[in-house]
Design a protein around this ligand. Structure first.
Ligand code: AHR
Length: 824
C-alpha cells in the first residue's frame, strides 16, 4: 500500500509556466500533406532531383553525400517500405502519372530561379495527367478546395481540372491557359462526396502542349484561416502547449550544406521558396515556413523557440563544417530570421513580414544554437553565434545543445534529449535533484519511450513517472517536449510519434494523453510531499559476453554448472586449441556491419555466451589477465528491441548486432574494477570503482551470480561488487496547489491496484474531481479505436484530511481537491 504525506503549508518551488510544450520536426511527412495540408505531392516537380552534392547509387535507389552518408532515395519517392506498403507504381516524376500524354521534366524553362524543374506536358486528344497525392486525395462533401497553378502554353489550351476516383467526379472546373509566359490560373473546387482515395486530374479533351511551373491544391477551411490542418492543430491545442520548438531536429542540421534548413528559403511567396531534400527521406517545399511557424505560436499562445543551424551539418551523419564566408552566411541567415520575427517594419526582413500580413512583430525570446551538436567545432560556432545575436538582441535567451558552461561559455538553457525505455524514465525520476541550481536551466527538448513499449500504454506510464520527478525540479528543468510530434501513417520513418494521422483523421498515442494531463493540471506551487511505496525491479535477462581488445584468452565458461559456448560472434572470431579459446580480431564483414553503429571500435571484440532469455543463475569463466589489458565482461547480454529508425532498408542491420546488445559492463583494468551501464550521453555507474587483484599472465576466475534482484561479482572467489538490480518506485507522485485547490498526480507503475493513503495538512471538501488514465501495458490507440486509451474525468466523494484513494493498476491519476477555506 502506498502512502503520501502532503504539506501544503510548505511551498517548495513555483510552478514554471512554460514547462510543457511541443517540438515539431518535418519527419514522417508530418508537414506537407499533413499539418500543412497541401494535397498534391511533388507540387514543384523536383522530388526526383537529388541534392546537388550527392551522387545517386543503386540505380537511383540511394543518395550518397560527399562525406559518405547514405540514405534511401528511391527516385525521389523515399523509403523502400513506403513504396512497398503503399503499392506505389514506378513513375520517373514522383506522384505524377499520365494517360495518352507525354510528360517530362524541363529543367531549363522553370517558373523562377528558385525552381529546378517544370512539367512539360504533351496531351493527345483526351489525354490526362494525374497526381495521387499523399496516398490519395481526400474529399469532404460540401468542402471547398483551392487549386492554383502557374502554367504557360504557346497556343491557348483548354483544360479540365477535376478530383475523381474511377468514374466518380467529386469536383471539376475548366481552365484555359492562354499565355505564353508563366501565369497564375486558379479554381475553387467544391466536392460533392466523401473519399480518401481520389486523384487530382488535369485532362485535355482537344490535346495540346502545356508547361506547368508549380501547382497546389489545399482545403479552404483551415485553422483560423491560417492555412494549417484544423483537426491536427486542435489536437495540439488540447495539450495546452506553452512553447514551440521548431523546425527541428536533424533537419536543421542537414547532411550536406544544401540540405541545411535556412530561414531565407522559407519566407515569401511559396512558389518562390526553394525546396530541398530533408534528412528524413523526402523533399520539403517549405510551404510551412518561418512565418507560418511563428503564426502558429501566436494562434496557440506558445513561446517560440527557433532552432537554427550554427554552421555544421549533422555530426551523426558524417558532418561538414562550414568555414569562412559560408559560415558567415549561415549566421547572417539566422540574424535575418530574427529580424523577420521582431525587426521594425522599415527593416529589410521586418518589411517582408509586414508584406506577408503581419506588421506587428511576432514574439521571439529564445533561440537554440544547433541541434544535437557537440564538441570543439560546435563550441567554436556556438560562441560566434551567441556573440553576434547577443550584441544585436540582448533580450534573447540562448539554448545550447551541450553543457557548454562546463567550458566557460555563457548559456541560459541546455537542451538534453532522452530516447529510452519505460524503465529508464521510471528509474530516473530524481535525475535532476542533484543538478547545480546555479547552472543553466535544463530543457528536455526531445523525450520519449522508443524501446520496449513503443506507442503503448506502459511507455506512456514511464514518461508520466518521469514527469513527477521533473515537476519537483521545475526550478531547474523549465521546459520539456515529446519527440517526434507528428506522423503520416503512410510515411512512417520513426516510431512512435505523439499524433498519428492519415488524410482525414488523427489520433494521439497513449503518451499524448499523459502529456495532455500533465500540461493541463499545473497549479501555482509545488508543495512538500513524501511518499512510501514498493519498488519494481528492472526486467533484466540474457547471458554473459566478452568485449574489449582482440586476442583475449579464456577457458572453462560455465553457466549454472554446465559448460557453455559462444552463441553469437558480433565482433571477432573464436579459435579453440585444447580447451583454450582466443578471440581474434573482427573480420572484414563484421567491421563493415559495425561501421553503421555509433561509437563502435572496429578493432574490438564482442562475443556472447548462451541464450538470451535467462534471468537468473551463475556464470563462471577463467580469463587470462595481461598487463595493460582491460577485461570487459558483459552481464545480461540480450537484444534490446529493434531501433525505431533504419535509414537504409536496402542494407538492414543483422538481427544480432553491436548496436542492439547493451549489457551491463563489468570492467577491470590496472587493479581497479567497476560496473557500469551503457547509456547515452554517458555511461551510468552501477557500482563505484573497487580494488581488485588479478594474477597477470595467468587465468583468473570471474564469476557473477544473479536472482534478478541482486547481482554479485567475484574474482578468484573474492566478492568485488554487490548491487541491487536497478529498480523504480511503484508509486510516483507530485503535488501542487493554488489558493483554492490541491492537485495530486499519482502514477501507479505496478500491476496491482494501490490503496494509497493520502495524508494532508489541511481540510478539503468531500467532493473532488479526478482524471484517470489506465489501460493494459500494451494498449494502443488506432484509427479504429482512437481513444482506446484516454483520460476519464470523474466526480468523486470521500476526500478529507486523511483518506484513501484507490489508484488502479498501471494508471495515471490527477486528483483535484478543493481546499476548505481556513482549513489548516
Ligand atoms: O526526433 C527525431 C530525431 O531525434 C531528431 O531529428 C533529432 O534531434 C534526434 O536525434
Amino acid at each position: 500500500m502506498g502512502r503520501i504525506n502532503i504539506k501544503t503549508a510548505k511551498k517548495k518551488i513555483p510552478v514554471t509556466k512554460n514547462l510543457y510544450g511541443i517540438f515539431l520536426e518535418d519527419i514522417n511527412r508530418a508537414v506537407d500533406g499533413g499539418l500543412y495540408p497541401e494535397m498534391l505531392r511533388n507540387r514543384s516537380f523536383e522530388d526526383s532531383i537529388p541534392p546537388i552534392e550527392c551522387t545517386l547509387e543503386d540505380d537511383g535507389y540511394a543518395i550518397v553525400s560527399p562525406t559518405g552518408w547514405r540514405d534511401e532515395f528511391n527516385h525521389g519517392e523515399g523509403l523502400t517500405r513506403w513504396i512497398r506498403q503503399n503499392e506505389v507504381p514506378y513513375t520517373p516524376i514522383p506522384a505524377w502519372y499520365s494517360k495518352r500524354t507525354k510528360m517530362e521534366l524541363d529543367t531549363s524553362d522553370t517558373l523562377n530561379i528558385h525552381r529546378q524543374a517544370a512539367l512539360a506536358v504533351h496531351f493527345r486528344e483526351g489525354g490526362i495527367i494525374y497526381n495521387t497525392g499523399f496516398c490519395g486525395i481526400p474529399q469532404k462533401n460540401g468542402a471547398s478546395y483551392k487549386f492554383y497553378m502557374f502554367a504557360k502554353a504557346e497556343k491557348p489550351i483548354k483544360l479540365i481540372v477535376s478530383i475523381s476516383e474511377g468514374d466518380k467526379v467529386y469536383a471539376s472546373a475548366e481552365i484555359t491557359v492562354n499565355s505564353n509566359t508563366y501565369s497564375l490560373y486558379q479554381a475553387t473546387l467544391v466536392s460533392d462526396g466523401d473519399t480518401r482515395k481520389a486523384k487530382f486530374m488535369i485532362s485535355c479533351p482537344m490535346g495540346g502542349m502545356l508547361k506547368i511551373g508549380f501547382v497546389s491544391l489545399m482545403p479552404e477551411d483551415t485553422y483560423l484561416g491560417h492555412g494549417l490542418r484544423k483537426d491536427i492543430v486542435e489536437k495540439l491545442k488540447d495539450m495546452n502547449p506553452r512553447f514551440f520548438r521548431f523546425p527541428g531536429g536533424c533537419i536543421v542540421e542537414g547532411f550536406t550544406p544544401s540540405t541545411v534548413m535556412r530561414f531565407r528559403n522559407t519566407v515569401g511567396p511559396v512558389w518562390e521558396r526553394p525546396g530541398h531534400q530533408l534528412m528524413w527521406h523526402y523533399r520539403t517545399y517549405n510551404g510551412l515556413g518561418f512565418h507560418e511557424y511563428l503564426q502558429l505560436c501566436e494562434d496557440l499562445d506558445m513561446e517560440p523557440l527557433y532552432v537554427f543551424n550554427c554552421g555544421m551539418t549533422c555530426q551523426a551523419r558524417k558532418e561538414v563544417l562550414m568555414e569562412g564566408p559560408e559560415l558567415e552566411d549561415m549566421l547572417q541567415d539566422t540574424l535575418d530570421a530574427i529580424e523577420y520575427a521582431i525587426g521594425p517594419v522599415d527593416s529589410k526582413w521586418g518589411a517582408l513580414r509586414a508584406k506577408m500580413g503581419h506588421p506587428e512583430p511576432f514574439r521571439l525570446n529564445m533561440v537554440e544554437i544547433g541541434n544535437e551538436n557537440f564538441g570543439e567545432a560546435y563550441e567554436e560556432r556556438y560562441i560566434k553565434c551567441y556573440n553576434a545575436i547577443k550584441e544585436r538582441y540582448p533580450h534573447i535567451r540562448f539554448v545550447a545543445n551541450t553543457h557548454v558552461e562546463k567550458h566557460g561559455l555563457p548559456v541560459d538553457i541546455v537542451d538534453e534529449h532522452y530516447y529510452n525505455t519505460t524503465e529508464f524514465f521510471a528509474e530516473n525520476t530524481d535525475m535532476y535533484h542533484s543538478y547545480d541550481r546555479k547552472g543553466p536551466e535544463i530543457f528536455l527538448g526531445e523525450v520519449s519511450v522508443v524501446r520496449g513499449y513503443v506507442g503503448q500504454f506502459y511507455g506512456a506510464l514511464g514518461e508520466a513517472a518521469f514527469f513527477t520527478g521533473i515537476e519537483k525540479n521545475q526550478d531547474i528543468v523549465t521546459m520539456v517536449s515529446y519527440a517526434p510530434l507528428l506522423e503520416n501513417v503512410n510515411y512512417n520513418a520513426w516510431f512512435p510519434n505523439l499524433i498519428r494521422f492519415n488524410n482525414t483523421e488523427c489520433y494521439g498515442i497513449p503518451s499524448y494523453y499523459v502529456w495532455k494531463l500533465f500540461g493541463t493540471h499545473r497549479g501555482d506551487y509545488i508543495v512538500e510531499s513524501t511518499e512510501e511505496t514498493d519498488r519494481i525491479y528492472r526486467p533484466v535477462k540474457g547471458m554473459a559476453s566478452l568485449m574489449g581488445a582482440a586476442d583475449l584468452v579464456y577457458r572453462n565458461a560455465v553457466w549454472n554448472g554446465t559448460k557453455v559456448e559462444i552463441s553469437h560472434e558480433l565482433m571477432g572470431r573464436v579459435e579453440e586449441s585444447s580447451g583454450i579459446f582466443t578471440i581474434r580480431t573482427p573480420d572484414t564483414q563484421q567491421r563493415e556491419e559495425s561501421s553503421r553503429f555509433h561509437g563502435v571500435n572496429p578493432d574490438e571484440i564482442f562475443v556472447i555466451f548462451g541464450e538470451e532469455d535467462v534471468t537468473s543463475g551463475t556464470f563462471e569463466i577463467d580469463i587470462r589477465a595481461e598487463q595493460n589489458r582491460e577485461i570487459i565482461l558483459g552481464i545480461f547480454s540480450s537484444r534490446i528491441p529493434k531501433e525505431v529508425y533504419i535509414s537504409d532498408e536496402t542494407h538492414p542491420p543483422k538481427d544480432w548486432n553491436v548496436g542492439n546488445v547493451r549489457p551491463f559492463l563489468w570492467r577491470l583494468k590496472d587493479g581497479r574494477s567497476r560496473l557500469e551501464e551503457k547509456e547515452f550521453p554517458e555511461n551510468v555507474i552501477l557500482d563505484q570503482e573497487k580494488d581488485v587483484k588479478l594474477n597477470v599472465d595467468e587465468f583468473n576466475r570471474f564469476r557473477y551470480t544473479t536472482d534478478g534482484k541482486k547481482l554479485l561479482l567475484y574474482v578468484n572467489d573474492e566478492l568485488i561488487h554487490e548491487i541491487e538490480i536497478p529498480s523504480f518506485k511503484a508509486l510516483n507522485t507530485v503535488v501542487s496547489d493554488t489558493d483554492q485547490e490541491i492537485i495530486i498526480k499519482l502514477v501507479n507503475m505496478a500491476e496491482q491496484d494501490d490503496e494509497v493513503v493520502i495524508n494532508l495538512d489541511c481540510d478539503v471538501l468531500d467532493e473532488y474531481r479526478s482524471y484517470l488514465l489506465t489501460a493494459h501495458k500494451m494498449a494502443e490507440n488506432s484509427f479504429e479505436y482512437p481513444e482506446n486509451v484516454h483520460e476519464v474525468e470523474h466526480v468523486r466523494k470521500g476526500a478529507g484530511k486523511n483518506f484513501i484513494y484507490k489508484a488502479p493498476a498501471l494508471s495515471v491519476n490527477v486528483l483535484r481537491l478543493v481546499k476548505k477555506q481556513g482549513g489548516y
